[in-house]
Design a protein around this ligand. Sequence first.
Ligand SMILES: O=C(O)c1ccc(O)c(O)c1
Ligand SMILES: [Mg+2]
Length: 653
Amino acid sequence: MEARRPGRRLDLRVIARHRPADITQVPILRTSIATVSIAGNLTEKLAAIAEAGFDGVEIFEQDFIAHDGGPAEVGRMVRDHGLDITLFQPFRDFECLPEPYRTKAFDRARHKFDTMAELGTDMMLICSSVHPRSLGGIDRAADDLAALGDIATERGIRVGYEALAWGRHINDHRDAWEIVRRADHPNIGLILDSFHSLGRKIDPESIRAIPGDRIFFVQLADAPAIEMDLLYWSRHFRNMPGEGDLDIERFLRAVMATGYAGPVSLEIFNDQFRGGDPRRIARDGYRSLVVTMDDIRRQEPDTAPPRLPPRALAQGVSFAEFASRGEEAEALGRAFATLGFTRVARHRNKDLDLWAQGDIRFVINRETEGHAATSWNARGTCVCDIGLSVPSAHEAVTRAEGLRLSPFAQPLGPGEMEIPAIRGLSGSVLHLIDAAHEVVWDQEFVTETEPESDAGLTTVDHIAQTMSYDEMLGWTLFYTALFDMQKAPMVDVIDPDGVVRSQAVESRRGGGLRVTLNGAETHRTLAGSFLAETFGASVQHIALATDDIFATAEALAARDFAALQIPTNYYADLAARVDLPAEVIARMRKANILYDHDGVAGFFQLYSQALPGGVFIEIVQREPGYTGYGGPNAPFRIAAQKRLARPKGVPKD
Ligand SMILES: O=C(O)c1ccc(O)c(O)c1
Ligand SMILES: [Mg+2]
């Protein structure tokens, strides 16, 4: 088995307890995932799970029953993939039943034990009963489990008991543990599931009082903080650790403190994942598990040291590269000029122009071979590459590889510099640039013109990436797993033709990278049509910062900049609701500047009309303390963009 998966186990396993004096005794936490977590039939699920790198799989009974092949065949298929069956689940409504239900429940259990023997697994999950006839009673439950433990022992099977958050009598892991303790049977143990404990706001510190060898299995699931019925929340909205708002780390730290040495397994019931690409979801799951465990190793002095370099604190966007050709490339350059950029240099060997202003660099790439050409062939003019400034590109790329992100490289021409890169959204590329790479601009480019006057644009404030709604969680995880970035609360952007969900991720303390991830559900929204027309494009707009938006607006007007026209109604409403002098509002109206205030500080915005390829530029002035992205203005901005794209009288579809 090992030979089939070279090098994999070493990288990715977790050493739970680091005892230097007795290193051979270090238990290893294996990675696992429940088949219910991803889409497809059982065969497809197993292939995706193995490919993603997991050690084992929980066979969810429904997936097994739906499969056209017996338990022995399924067992073989699992092992042929190099996986173990870590758990067979769920067995429901077992404990505390009156006769004749009790006898029937034991008969059912015997039947499942037979199936498990053929599957080749020795661990079963019983979830706490929701049966209307269940009598309750801690000792009755303990007695039932102890009796089942005797039957299980004869067959070499162990049974773990899990408190469902909505269990009829047992819905708290502390009660489940009391039952297991009183059952006092070596083949009966406890199963912990982060969702059931954290979803019910049960303090995970209570886990530290449980002996690690009595915990038979641990399941992890995160979830977004939404107030709703526990069962509905659990069955539809669970997500990967780090994708939601539960404190998975605190839960897992408590588990590890007990000395638990079994698998750590993802059990994610999620509607999007059930309908998504199984390989992508399995990879996201694996990435979330590796990151979560590595974070714990970094924090807990009693565990082995982390395996991955720390998250990079991204400083910001070093460059944005546009793939373009012919007249579109010319038009793009003209648009940059109206924004106050200067074409400062050309590449020595390639058909690349470098446009600059302040610390902002835009590259126009007209090459007919390589990555930019491929992007152009697929999507026309688009942002094909983003360069991010990080303290150490090597460390960042090592971390990316540890997270099984795809590295990107293409052949270098003479005198060209190797800059590490990874694949980003929809086949786009992210270069990772550190101080040692900054010479690339002098080394590979020949200066043409020194920039003269500019429009006062200084840096990239944020980039906005558009994706299908299904991809949002995965990309949020991508940024937060790789970089030292945190999620802002999700906001709804109201488009006249639908809702676009927007999730900002931003560098923590001192970093300057901000990315908004916009998930479109329908092609009728502006984001959705951009996505459809550009075959899964990523960057839809780039926001550039100025310290004085009014001065910038004047400089742009002198360059024939085509601003997005904002209707008069907007300014009438603004005058009524915000505390700005009338003459400021009049200037804003003249220059088509929008305004938002988040209770702390203000934010000014000015939009370009669409550039070739549908990308647009936003210009922002962020007052100190403002943390948002002007979300409340999005409906007016989008309506204006749609008016422009769809002249009066032309039907929508
Ligand atoms: O939703 C359920 O029924 C269910 C079943 C088994 C589990 O392990 C679980 O956490 C939830
Ligand atoms: Mg569970």
